[in-house]
Design a protein around this ligand. Structure first.
Ligand SMILES: [Fe+2]
Length: 174
């Protein structure tokens, strides 16, 4: 998409956010399956439910703008999840992997926080008040998700990970 004005940039960012949420709906279950800690699994399941809501909210935004969600490809979220998948593959299911999963989930959440922060600001500047409010709801939920993950890390997972020694694999995993 060629961006000539702030309206175009806003639409581009909306499409990147939409592709991000769609992609996470495929990625988050892999993280949940890899997690051992029950609070972490619950938190990731909740993240998944919210991700579906975020996608639905973006569809409302597109409808309000009288456009269909585009097919913009978001390379940033794919880069982040690609790194996460490598880590999941190379560490056995364990408290250590749980700590890594929280680090990875926080990278995702903070990318989303940054994206929605800009979207809210663009919508306000463009006097799209209702749209700004919808996006602000998502922005707030992303921040709460990141805080909840950090609380789980600090409350239990990091301490358990510190006591755990991963067995190195003799053959590299592919
Ligand atoms: Fe989201």
């Amino acid at each position: 998409m060629l961006a000539e004005n702030l309206g175009n940039v806003f639409e581009l960012a909306l499409e990147l956010a939409y592709d991000c949420e769609q992609h996470l709906i495929d990625h988050l279950p892999k993280m949940t399956d890899a997690a051992c800690s029950e609070p972490l699994r619950e938190s990731l399941e909740q993240y998944m439910d919210q991700t579906k809501e975020h996608r639905a909210r973006l569809e409302k935004v597109f409808a309000a703008l009288d456009r269909a969600p585009g097919a913009e490809h978001n390379p940033v979220i794919r880069g982040i999840t690609g790194e996460g998948e490598k880590l999941i593959k190379h560490i056995d299911r364990s408290p250590l992997l749980d700590a890594v999963l929280i680090m990875h989930a926080n990278q995702i959440a903070h990318y989303e926080i940054a994206l929605y922060e800009s979207l809210v600001s663009f919508a306000r500047t463009l006097s799209l008040q209702d749209t700004a409010e919808l996006l602000e709801q998502t922005w707030g939920e992303e921040k709460i998700a990141a805080e909840a993950l950090t609380r789980i890390a600090e409350h239990s997972v990091n301490r358990e990970a510190a006591r755990f020694q991963n067995t190195p694999h003799i053959f590299p995993l592919v």
